[in-house]
Design a protein around this ligand. Structure first.
Ligand code: V4E
Length: 254
């Protein structure tokens, strides 16, 4: 797992039976063959996800928050749900604008995505509290499970992934098969700072060309496929808000 706060640059693709052979021919080595359950949590009105924050507990790893590397200044809109949300009697500070990124999946989607992965429990609670407008001066500031309870967060997705991971130089390639019948590959680089992102993108695209996939195609992730299948209303509202890639829309190019 990458260091807390590092930036993941990733590109999804559909893989074929021949993909593993191509990888091996390129000198890739199998670095893992694992199975894990992910459970995702949000407020009932999806305030984390609407702000592009993905809070999960991954079996065998622990708590992880995937969020934009840095909130975009001036791009925020205030959350319409802010007033109706009741954080069970906690002190609320003014909610402030949601740090929304440009809408993914709307207009010109970017096939490669960047997320910061926060794993330090204290940082996770601080970011979630900040987003929900709750004072972080609370006794449970480093206890994510307790914070979930206090903040009224609920599980909205839970699935198992079987993952074969290959290493090619300092890139990793994950071939994922989810237990609800969806398979998706991902080429990923982990970088320490924003300045390193363009070079990582180039290396990802180069490997993409070698594996024979179109790096301009936007592929829905497991979450899109999961919600599309099990929570269609939830899925529709998140697609409309630009937080999820449309399933069945994978042919769209920039
Ligand atoms: C960031 C995000 C979600 C959280 C899960 O991220 P993802 O990379 O899809 O899953 P996974 O299990 O491969 O994570 P890893 O093991 O690499 O950390 S769910 C939706 N998003 C936003 C998002 C999106 N809408 N579309 C695409 C293509 N990527 C991310």
């Amino acid at each position: 797992s990458p260091a807390s706060g590092s930036i993941e640059v990733e590109q999804k693709f559909f893989f074929e039976p021949g993909t593993e052979e191509k990888l091996v021919a390129l000198g890739a080595t199998l670095a893992g063959n694992v199975s894990f359950r992910d459970q995702y949590f949000d407020t009932p009105d999806c305030r984390l996800v609407l702000a592009d924050h993905w809070l999960r507990e991954r079996e065998g790893i622990g708590w992880e928050l995937k969020c934009p590397p840095r909130p975009l200044e001036g791009a925020g809109i205030s959350s319409p749900a802010a007033e109706s949300w009741d954080p069970r009697g906690l002190t609320q500070v003014p909610a402030g604008p949601c740090p929304l990124q440009p809408l993914e999946g709307a207009g010109r989607p970017d096939p490669a995505t960047q997320y910061q992965e926060v794993t330090c429990p204290r940082d996770i609670v601080a970011r979630v509290c900040g987003l929900l407008g709750v004072d972080v001066a609370v006794s449970w500031c480093d206890d994510v499970a307790r914070a979930l309870e206090e903040l009224g967060l609920e599980e909205f997705a839970s699935f198992v992934t079987r993952r074969r991971r290959y290493r090619v130089g300092d890139l990793s390639v994950d071939l994922d098969e989810a237990d609800f019948g969806y398979a998706v590959g991902e080429v990923e680089a982990v970088v320490r700072q924003q300045e390193d992102v363009p070079e990582a993108l180039e290396r990802i695209q180069e490997l993409g060309r070698q594996l024979g996939f179109d790096e301009k195609t936007c592929i829905p992730g497991k979450m899109s496929a999961y919600l599309h299948k099990f929570r269609p209303a939830h899925y529709e509202s998140l697609v409309r808000a630009g937080r999820l890639r449309k399933v069945g829309d994978a042919g769209a190019t920039q």
